[in-house]
Design a protein around this ligand. Structure first.
Ligand code: 5GP
Length: 189
């Protein structure tokens, strides 16, 4: 997706040749016109999948998932990381290792909002080592729901995420794929 790649090159900030900060349009200030294009593109790429629900993870995935859901006409469920006490005991949960923060945390979804009838599209902002997506796949599995696709805005191809997802035979679509980062410069595939 060219306009996304242009934004990343123009506004992205590289940290330690492995992290990309895109706070000015994706992770803090949100460029809704760009989000609309992202939503349309995900619709194009997963059109044939009969998706019934979009699953994402708080916080950064929520905005992207919501705009995308308008093109699929389905609800969004986001896995909670924080203040999940009020979810009660009827929850699906999975442990996730955070690449950016170097901590383990739990993601939780109420059993009420996922079922064996669901065909799920997982959406997230970044794919690095695939830990967040694996946690969401795990949660969906507990609900006996089918994960029919994973849509990622920015994939860092030099990490292990793609292999993790493709090993599970799940369709993965990333809108911008960073092949490598050298001396602070982003190189797309
Ligand atoms: P993974 O679980 O695939 O290892 O990492 C993906 C998650 O970590 C995403 O949900 C994202 O929030 C965060 N993340 C990983 N790499 C980056 C990065 O380079 N930039 C930003 N902003 N977030 C990242």
């Amino acid at each position: 997706m060219d306009i996304l790649k242009e934004k990343i090159l123009q506004y992205g900030k590289v940290i330690d040749n492995r992290l990309v900060k895109v706070d000015s349009f994706l992770n803090h200030q949100l460029d809704i016109e760009l989000f609309n294009e992202i939503g349309k593109e995900f619709k194009k790429r997963f059109r044939e999948k009969n998706i019934t629900k979009i699953l994402t993870i708080e916080a950064s995935g929520i905005g992207i998932a919501c705009i995308t859901a308008q093109y699929f006409h389905v609800p969004v469920v986001f896995a909670k990381k924080h203040n999940a006490g009020n979810l009660g005991k009827d929850i699906y949960q999975a442990e996730v290792y955070s690449f950016t923060k170097d901590v383990l945390y739990n993601v939780r979804v109420s059993k009420e909002y996922l079922s064996s009838e669901d065909k799920i599209l997982i959406i997230d902002d970044f794919l690095a080592n695939g830990q967040a997506v694996t946690g969401l796949i795990n949660v969906a599995k507990q609900a006996k729901a089918e994960v029919v696709g994973v849509g990622i805005v920015i994939e860092k191809r030099f990490q292990k995420g793609r292999e993790m997802i493709e090993d599970k035979n799940i369709k993965l679509e990333s809108l911008a794929v960073i092949e490598k980062i050298r001396d602070g410069k982003i190189v797309f595939n």
